[in-house]
Design a protein. Structure first.
Length: 200
């Protein structure tokens, strides 16, 4: 998060509006929090066209050219690799986030934002729900970032201090085994055997 926030300020000139067109991934969460930390409006979108008007956009590799076509000047593409590896190639005029971000500082020293602004496809995020979780909880998250209610719930889990265990494709997992191995206490958007679903 700190490296990404420093990239936004020192590398991209502190854009007022940041677009995210990314699947559920730890880097997506980091970029969302980095944008909030800088005071930018972060718009989590479901299509490249919705990135129009963003000062910078972070997108999955296959969407990089479409983001440029939407008129975004600063497009950074992500591979979606579990460890955040670089892409084999990116379109001309786009950058590879994995190659750009390592050179930025590990400490974020910017002022705390006086407000935070997160949108989904240009619409303000719903109010964060009050969830019965806290710092001792570990929550399996299986929501799409572009689902406004799922994203609001994800942020509510973070606000409560709980840990996230991200599952972009829960259908391909043995959720009972994951629940035991990861010491899960709740699920968010996934029916985990023996655990409550916070969105149910």
């Amino acid at each position: 998060m700190a490296k990404s926030a420093n990239l936004l300020v020192d590398g991209l000139g502190l854009p007022e509006r940041i677009g995210l067109l990314l699947p559920l991934h730890w880097q997506t969460v980091c970029l969302l929090l980095a944008g909030v930390a800088t005071g930018a409006t972060v718009d989590v979108v479901s299509s490249p066209a919705a990135l129009a008007g963003s000062g910078a956009a972070f997108v999955a590799g296959p969407h990089a050219q479409a983001a440029l076509d939407a008129g975004v000047d600063e497009v950074l593409a992500l591979s979606g690799h579990p460890l955040g590896a670089p892409l084999p190639s990116v379109p001309a005029m786009a950058s590879d986030y994995a190659r750009e971000v390592p050179s930025y500082g590990d400490h974020w020293g910017g002022p705390a934002p006086v407000r935070w602004s997160v949108e989904v496809d240009g619409r303000p995020l719903p109010a964060l729900p009050v969830l019965e979780v806290g710092p001792a909880d570990r929550v399996l998250v299986a929501v799409s970032p572009s689902d406004p209610f799922g994203l609001a719930a994800l942020l509510a889990v973070l606000t409560a201090g709980a840990a996230l265990v991200l599952a972009p494709d829960p259908g391909g997992l043995d959720l009972a085994a994951v629940a035991t191995g990861e010491r899960l206490t709740a699920g968010l958007g996934a029916a985990v055997p023996g655990l409550r679903d916070l969105l149910a």
